[in-house]
Design a protein around this ligand. Structure first.
Ligand code: ZN
Length: 230
């Protein structure tokens, strides 16, 4: 029987590729998405389609409204930065940082994994294009893995050891896109934008849209992303 894994699936390009990598590694994939009140909630519709297309055995959506906490351009009345030069994007921690998001998302993935007897958690964290997010760093992921093995009944009773997998951690956006193409992902089903319209079309100008465009260019892959006209 294939080993189970929980894959955090946002509906973006990175998490879709991560799901496909987990499948290729032989895992039976349980996809988990979180409706945290994100400005770009339309990504959850993409996640649902991707979970099915990429062969997840199940797709669970957890609702946890982080707008009650706020403090981010993605969950609060703070404008999403537009048209920033690449140097500015990769410098400092941007206002699109959501306080403690990966700690919260991995915590939910861990609880879900414990219930379904999975010990492998996958997420699409990446340090190259988003060096600003402290909860995407390898040190954070190693610390969370340690925490998972201290915090759960399943680990304490010796039923298994939790592992946190971030297969895209050190890849460039272009490398991720090439990997996704190799794994047969239709990237037009994914949404990266922080500020999309109701139809799920990217703004074309936020950090995430700019990195995505640059990634397709560098990968030499035709970009089928739908953008709003401005
Ligand atoms: Zn955008």
């Amino acid at each position: 029987m294939a080993k189970r894994a929980v894959v955090l699936l946002s509906g973006g390009l990175d998490s879709a590729t991560t799901l496909a990598v987990a499948k290729e590694q032989g895992f039976e994939v349980d996809a988990l998405s979180v409706d945290y009140g994100q400005r770009h909630r339309v990504e959850l519709a993409c996640a649902q389609v991707l979970a099915e297309e990429l062969g997840a055995v199940r797709h669970t959506v957890v609702r946890l409204d982080l707008r009650a906490v706020g403090g981010s351009a993605l969950t609060d009345a703070i404008p999403v930065p537009k048209d920033r030069p690449h140097d500015a994007i990769s410098e400092g921690i941007p206002v699109t940082y959501v306080p403690a998001r990966n700690t919260i998302l991995l915590g939910l993935a861990l609880g879900h994994a414990e219930v379904i007897d999975a010990f492998d958690l996958f997420l699409g964290a990446n340090v190259l294009d988003y060096s600003g997010y402290p909860d995407c760093r390898p040190e954070f992921l190693a610390a969370f893995e340690r925490l998972a093995n201290l915090a759960t009944k399943a680990a304490v009773e010796g039923r298994g050891r939790y592992r946190v997998h971030a297969p895209l951690l050190k890849k460039t956006k272009a490398e991720i896109i090439r990997e996704g193409v190799r794994l047969g992902i239709d990237f037009s089903l994914t949404l990266s934008c922080y500020d999309p319209d109701d139809e799920g079309r990217g703004c074309g100008h936020c950090d995430s849209c700019l990195l995505r465009k640059k990634g397709f260019e560098e990968a030499g892959v035709r970009d089928t992303t739908k953008y709003q006209e401005r």
